[in-house]
Design a protein. Structure first.
Length: 430
């Protein structure tokens, strides 16, 4: 192994000596070779790492630094865009958060002045070169890359903290009044803006909340109309808010019991009572719901009714502190039908089809007919509306047993006939 290493070193020394000698005798060729090699390296580098030059299409906000004590901005500083050069791959990855744009206000005075905007990339950005800074609020005639800055005296005042509660907890849950710490903050900025701030407001969303809310919320300066006042600062700009959410009303599903008053007309009955919905949800304290299993409606008067009736009625009789979820009304339909019954009538048979040379000398004088149907109809039937006939067609003199035929008024049926047959004696007419 050592022998091989010594051979390699002797061979390397010989190559280097030969190369040096060649360079001494061909200096021009050596310079040309170096130039060509550098050109090839530049071409390969540019091909493998292409660059882009242009305006970076993202606005970068301008922030002040070293603000003089007792002064504040009288207006916005706007944004800047950049003309720059960067590797193609890096360009596509950059965002506004990769840059910092500032104006140094050290030594600035009250009034208006044009201040140069300093922009620097954040972090290691090899291959990035900023060519030009273009402020959006650049004043006409001002030096390139500057933004017009207005400084005004800084004023402060104390304002109370307001809580804007949006959303509500689920049914049965009730929130307490918010507890806020601190309940006052200091608003600072130009006098004309500070004077507009009525409160520092935190937005709290209680949608669906079933547990206590304890959280830190950001504050927003708002005027008397609720609009945001921009251009001021709040100290502190967050507050701790606590809201207790307690379940004070519970729910229970109970049936609805309709309350009927009076009776239908004579001969009519209530055949069904239909309620929609059949049950409702009650809300209230648990101890009251536990002893409430149904809820009744307002009275529905059916006195003298002869047909179905439908009413929209309120639910009533709830304990104090208990309420109905929803409209608090139900639809009740009372079905009323005529009662079924029977009535018996006596009718003298009518002889039909008797030959002209015969006469009836003996036969039943009365047939009892029992009719069935609706009671109101039965009560309106008069005896002469019930007819009993016996057909004597084709019969000769002598005794005959025949079945009488009964005709009942419309809407009624014959339930029974007594007797079911009658004996008739026929003899020649004198």
């Amino acid at each position: 192994m050592a022998r091989l290493l010594r051979q390699f070193l002797r061979l390397s020394q010989a190559v280097v000596v030969a190369a040096v000698g060649s360079v001494r005798h061909n200096l021009g060729l050596a310079v040309l070779s170096v130039a060509l090699a550098f050109g090839v390296w530049m071409f390969i580098t540019d091909t493998e790492h292409p660059t882009r030059t242009g305006v970076f299409p993202v606005d970068i906000p301008v922030e002040p630094v070293t603000m003089p004590e007792g002064l504040t901005l009288g207006g916005p500083l706007g944004d800047v865009t950049l003309r720059m050069e960067a590797d193609e791959d890096l360009w596509d990855e950059l965002t506004a958060s990769d840059f910092e744009a500032t104006v140094n206000l050290l030594g600035a005075q009250i009034g208006t002045q044009d201040v140069e905007v300093q922009v620097k990339p954040l972090g290691e950005r090899n291959g990035l070169r900023i060519i030009e800074v273009i402020p959006t609020l650049h004043a006409v005639g001002a030096p390139a890359g500057t933004v017009r800055v207005e400084l005004k005296p800084l004023v402060s005042q104390v304002v109370h903290v307001g809580v804007d509660v949006v959303g509500t907890p689920p049914m049965g849950y009730e929130p307490s009044n918010p507890s806020v710490d601190p309940d006052q903050v200091v608003v600072s900025g130009p006098e004309e803006l500070v004077s507009r701030v009525a409160a520092a407001v935190a937005n709290v969303d209680l949608s669906g909340a079933v547990a206590d809310v304890r959280q830190t919320y950001s504050l927003v300066p708002r005027d008397d109309s609720g609009f945001i006042v921009a251009g001021v600062t709040l100290d502190p700009n967050t507050v701790d808010i606590e809201i207790t959410v307690e379940q004070k009303r519970f729910s229970r599903l109970v049936v609805v019991s309709p309350s009927l008053e009076g009776s239908p007309a004579a001969g009519y009955n209530v055949t069904a009572v239909e309620v929609e919905p059949t049950s409702v949800t009650l809300l209230g304290p648990l101890e009251l719901l536990n002893v409430t299993s149904f809820v009744v409606t307002d009275d529905i008067d059916i006195t003298g009714a002869t047909s179905d009736t439908t009413r929209i009625v309120y639910l009533t009789g709830l304990p104090t502190g208990v309420s109905v979820s929803g409209a608090g009304t139900v639809s009740v339909r009372i079905r009323i039908s005529a009662a079924e019954g029977e009535a018996t009538f006596g009718a003298a048979p009518q002889w039909t089809g008797l030959a002209s040379d015969l006469r009836v000398v003996s036969g039943a004088s009365l047939v009892e007919v029992t009719l069935q149907g609706e009671l109101p109809a039965l009560r309106n039937v008069s005896p002469d509306e019930v007819t009993v006939s016996v057909d004597l067609s084709g019969l000769g003199a002598g005794s005959h047993r025949l079945e009488p035929k009964v005709e009942a008024p419309a809407g009624l049926e014959v339930a029974n006939i007594s007797p079911t047959s009658v004996d008739v004696v026929l003899e020649p007419a004198p």
